[in-house]
Design a binder for this molecule. Structure first.
Ligand code: DAH
Length: 345
């Protein structure tokens, strides 16, 4: 009896050894026969009770080996068929053909100018302050010394949020000045780049949305001379190292004194003559000493601290730098327009 059981296992081992499945289906048959839940080796394990005690160990080892060989065989052929399947997926393909180029995006001209300005001011210690575009009346106007009946509110046609009294789309990044001053203690040295909104008729020259960079520096003993020197440094980094600037007296509610800054572009080219209206001077930003009333509104002691601020329009700057004639191009996302900035990093 026990001799036949040994013979049966030996015969199955020989079958396992010779097996050469020619397809994944045949391999599956092999798996079911030797490794499936009702496999042929299973009952043979049970038959160990029939074996005479002296040979039980030998028998048990033999059946185990049969099972191990079936497992090894199965793994080996499974790898073979998996490889064949992968290879057939490439059949007829030219694996040496160059890949399809992936189109790379490019930076928007507004971002290019903004990033450059952030870098210039970053190198002299200004950090970026980011804040909300949907703002309240207080931060956008009142804190910035522009109360309800102030005529300067008419200078900036405001979008108000429907059904949210006192809420608006910020008309300038100056609102971030109020946000920063009410939440931090001097010294404060920030720039605030971001989008602003005004209810203006859209044309080649103006849009209802655009970008600004606000600058704010507050500490003890900050003077107009500091403002001038900082702006001159900015201009020489951004427009070229021999540039001259001039400051013309102006008016903003939140600064006193206030000024507009011009950069000397010269009159050499037709473009210079056109953009400077024949004067050689180009207006690039508004600035001034932070009005003591603004410091007071925001909880900073105007007896102890002084500061300067400035605001730069981004779109106009980008239009001049890249010879863009129509501001509307900035917001249309026409791929033919955007692709022109591929090479600019
Ligand atoms: N907020 C002004 C505007 O939108 C620009 C400006 C002018 C900002 C003077 C300033 C400043 O910080 O000092 O037209």
């Amino acid at each position: 009896m026990s001799a036949t059981l040994f013979d049966q296992v030996e015969a199955l081992m020989a079958e396992i050894g010779k097996a050469q499945p020619s397809s994944a289906d045949e391999l599956e048959q092999f798996r079911i026969r030797f490794l499936g839940s009702k496999n042929i080796l299973k009952p043979l394990f049970g038959e160990i009770k029939q074996i005479e005690p002296a040979r039980k160990k030998e028998y048990g080892q033999l059946v185990n080996r049969a099972k191990e060989e079936a497992e090894a065989k199965y793994a080996e052929w499974q790898a073979v068929f998996a490889r064949e399947k992968r290879q057939s997926a490439y059949a007829g393909m030219d694996l040496t053909a160059p890949g399809e180029p992936r189109p790379l995006g490019s930076r928007h001209p507004v971002s290019l100018v903004m990033q450059e300005m952030i870098a210039i001011f970053g190198r002299i210690g200004f950090s970026v302050a980011d804040d909300r575009e949907i703002e309240d009346d207080w931060h956008n106007f009142t804190a910035m010394n522009t109360p309800e009946d102030h005529p300067a509110r008419d200078m900036q046609d405001t979008f108000y949020v429907v059904d949210a009294p006192g809420m608006l789309l910020r008309t300038h990044t100056s609102s971030v000045q109020a946000r920063v001053m009410t939440s931090r203690k001097p010294p404060i040295r920030i720039i605030a780049p971001g989008r602003v909104y005004r209810n203006e008729t859209i044309s080649a020259r103006s849009h209802c949305q655009f970008h600004q960079i606000e600058g704010l520096y507050i500490d003890e003993g900050v003077s107009f001379a500091d403002l001038k020197q900082t702006l001159l440094h900015f201009v020489r980094e951004f427009y070229g190292k021999d540039r001259k600037i001039r400051l013309r007296p102006s008016y903003f509610p939140f600064t006193e004194p206030s000024a507009e800054m011009d950069v000397y572009m010269g009159l050499e080219t037709e473009k210079d003559r056109r953009i400077t209206k024949g004067t050689g001077w180009l207006e690039v930003l508004g600035c001034g000493m932070v009005d003591p009333a603004v410091l007071h509104n925001c909880g900073i002691d105007p007896e102890r601290y002084t500061g300067y601020a400035f605001g730069i329009g981004i779109e106009r700057t980008a239009m001049l730098r890249y010879n863009i004639e129509d501001i509307r191009l900035m917001f249309e996302n026409d791929i033919r327009f955007l692709r022109q900035f591929d090479a600019v990093v």
